[in-house]
Write a protein that binds this ligand. Structure first.
Ligand code: ZN
Length: 169
């Protein structure tokens, strides 16, 4: 790892330590774009009562507010002190984060209750078999909403549809 990478990872650990002293959960993250910007964040579950306010998600939120659609960046690296949970991983994959570096794996976290393995194992189960009742009740008007969006956003919609077709084939 380069010195810069080591420093960003150390900073993520520092942010986590500061959050603990403020009464928060022990998680910090630093999102870095090779284009030159850096966004820092901490877990804000305690202050916001927001179950999605994990450090990595907060870093994505703050960065998106500042820099716009993050999907346009293909040069993002996330540094986090803790091993990312499945929710954060899914968000980072969706955004197109290219690399994730973390400082404390389950080997460090598990004795303190921060073990991601049960959650990752559960997410390997089939859709609808992950401990949440999932029902698909087809509603035709739901298609109309998609159709209307497609009409209002033809370029974006066609690009998305083409991408879906390509990745599905
Ligand atoms: Zn998370």
């Amino acid at each position: 790892m380069s010195n810069a990478e080591t420093n960003y990872l150390q900073r993520a650990v520092e942010l986590a330590a500061e959050n603990v002293e403020k009464g928060g959960f022990p998680f910090g993250a630093v999102l870095v774009s090779d284009s030159g910007w850096v966004t820092e964040a901490v877990n804000e579950f305690v202050t916001d009562h927001d179950p999605t306010a994990h450090a990595e998600i907060q870093a994505l939120r703050h960065a998106a507010r500042e820099h716009g659609d993050l999907a346009k960046f293909n040069d993002l690296t996330m540094y986090a002190n803790g091993k990312p949970c499945p929710m954060c991983m899914a968000a980072m994959v969706n955004v197109g984060v290219k690399k994730i570096v973390f400082a404390a794996g389950d080997d460090i976290g598990t004795p303190y209750g921060w073990d991601t393995s049960a959650s990752y194992n559960n997410m390997r189960n089939a859709f609808g078999e992950q401990g949440v009742v999932v029902e698909y009740e087809r509603v035709e008007q739901a298609k109309d909403v998609y159709q209307r969006w497609f009409e209002l956003n033809p370029t974006e919609a066609q690009a998305d549809a083409a991408e879906t077709t390509t990745s599905a084939s």
